[in-house]
Ligand binder design. Sequence first.
Ligand code: CP
Length: 320
Amino acid sequence: MKQFISVNDVADIRALVDQALLYKAQPFLDRQLGADKRIGLLFLNPSLRTRLSTQVAASNLGMEAVVFNVDKEGWALEFEEGAIMSGNTVEHIKDAAPILGQYFDILCIRTFPSLKNRDDDYSEMYISQFIKYAGVPVVSLESATLHPLQSLTDLVTITEYRKEQKHTHKPKIVLTWAPHVKPLPQCVANSFSQWINAWGEADFVITHPADYELAEQFTKGATITHNQEEALKEADFVYVKNWSTYNDYGKIYENDPSWMLTEEKLKESNQARVMHCLPVRRNVELSDEILDGPNSLVTRQAGNRVWAAQAVLSAMLKHR
Ligand code: CP
């Protein structure tokens, strides 16, 4: 694997999921693979799970990980081609990225969207510039539109749970919009949709209020409905996530609390297991009763972040 920006970089999704589960069983299986290799983790935005799980994954492979909070500790980066840098930005990505490429064997980057200019965000300007100028493999730790390490983790968690339960039927997976107090990126929802569609082994339903349509490039193939109650019927897995509007970009139109998932709403599901990428706003996005109850997979999901990251880093190290 030369880069990990979306599901399109993955030749065999099932093999990557199996590799992650193998690492969960045997964390130090490939202890020597990353010996004398260094990975740089650059954060332009906050993180708990992505930052720590990727560090642990790198360590399990014998790599040295260096974390750099660019937003707090680095020079303000300029990404615009031909910019006259008389404002607040101090260093152009053209100058910074090739240097980072000399320091690290693999470069990982987290950037969020502005949620102001859809064309800029959906052009993935930031991560594309790192790829263009760094000269080493780049891993997305969440970009403007996608969060592939999260989605791989989600698929690992679904696969693991189904194996444990010896489920053989085609699962019904529902992605449901949830209320939130501020506008959030569409990344997790886009990415989850893209991965579940590419995986192709589920009946996939997306439910959200009117006007919260996601970009069709990611959702195509899914059934989309504004009727949450109908969507949840017979569901095996329910993925809960807020996102801001895509069409009238980056807005909150409504925060109808009735969209929050509760135990009551799951009564007609197939004893659905509930997923969320975290962090979660309790009793806004998801009720305490679900998060603290037996049907929640969220802690397992977050734990599986290590194995998903380890499978991706391993595939990159083997490619070199
Ligand atoms: N789910 C996720 O990416 O968590 P962090 O933002 O804490 O990394």
